[in-house]
Design a binder for this molecule. Sequence first.
Ligand SMILES: NC(=O)c1ccc[n+]([C@@H]2O[C@H](COP(=O)([O-])OP(=O)(O)OC[C@H]3O[C@@H](n4cnc5c(N)ncnc54)[C@H](OP(=O)(O)O)[C@@H]3O)[C@@H](O)[C@H]2O)c1
Length: 257
Amino acid sequence: MTRTVVVSGGGTGIGRAVCAAFAAEGARVIAVGRREDVLKRTAAELTERHEGTGGRVLALAADLALPEEADRVRDEVLALGGPVDVLVNSAGGNVLIGASDGAAEGTAGAAWHWTENFRSNVLSAVLLTEALQPVIASPGGRIVMISSIAAYRGSGAGSYAGAKAALHPYVYDLAASLGPRGVTVNAVAPGYIEQTGFFGTSGLPTDRHDLLVGQTHTGRAGVPEDIADTVHWLASPAASQVTAQIIQVNGGAERGR
Ligand SMILES: NC(=O)c1ccc[n+]([C@@H]2O[C@H](COP(=O)([O-])OP(=O)(O)OC[C@H]3O[C@@H](n4cnc5c(N)ncnc54)[C@H](OP(=O)(O)O)[C@@H]3O)[C@@H](O)[C@H]2O)c1
C-alpha cells in the first residue's frame, strides 16, 4: 500500500533525505517548508530520481510556527485523500547561527533568541503534530520528531538546546495518548550533520568541523542519510514496539572524548 508521509523541513538537509528515503519505497511524500522555490526544486528532483518506485514528492509552502498555517497544511493534505501514515517533524534550526552581531545581547537579545528558537523548533513541531493528529493512520501511524545532541549537551546560549529538550516530554506524553490508537511517537537526536542548511551558506568553519568530528567514536561527521535511515526504520513494522524513545545518532559524540 502506498503510504502518505508529511515531512516538515523537507526541502533541505535532513528533511530532504527523509523525503528521499520514503520516495524510494514508493510513498507519496508532502514536503513542507517556508521557501516554495526550494521545496519545488527538491520535489521535482526526488520525484524524477524515484520515478521507478512510483514515489512522489509534493511541495507545500507554509510557516509551521503559525497555527493557521499548520491547519492549512492539514486541510491541503486531507484534500489529497486518505490518512497520514507518517509525520516527520524536521523543521527547525538555531536562530543564533548567522544572526547579526549584537542581536543576542542583553535582556532584549535573550528574549529574542529564546522566543525564536522556541517558535522554530517547538511550535513548528507541536502545531503540525496537533493539526495532523486526528488524521494520523490508526493503527500503524508513526510520528517522529528531530531533536538534537544539544538537548543533552547544551548549545552555548541554551535557547536552541532548551527548545529541542522541550520536544522530549512532548514525545513521551504523545506516545502515551496515541498508543491506544496504535500510533508510535519517537524522536531522533542527531549529532553534527554536514550537508545541511543548519550552519548557513558558509557552513561550519574547518576548526569547528574538526573538533566535532574528533568527538565522535566513528571519526566522521554525520550525513543526512544517517538520520533518514533511522527515521525510516522507526516508521517500519520492525519498530512497532519502539515508542516514547529518543534515539541518538551521533557517532558516540554525546559521550565525548
Ligand atoms: N545539521 C545538524 O548538525 C543538526 C544536528 C542536530 C539537529 N538538527 C536538527 O535537524 C533538523 C533539520 O535541520 P537540517 O540540519 O536539515 O538543516 P536545514 O537544512 O536548515 O533544514 C531545516 C529546514 O526547516 C525548515 N524550517 C525552518 N523553520 C520553519 C518553519 N517555521 N516552518 C516550516 N519550515 C521551517 C527550513 O526551510 P525554510 O527555511 O524554507 O522554512 C529548512 O528546510 C532541525 O530541526 C535541526 O535543528 C540538525
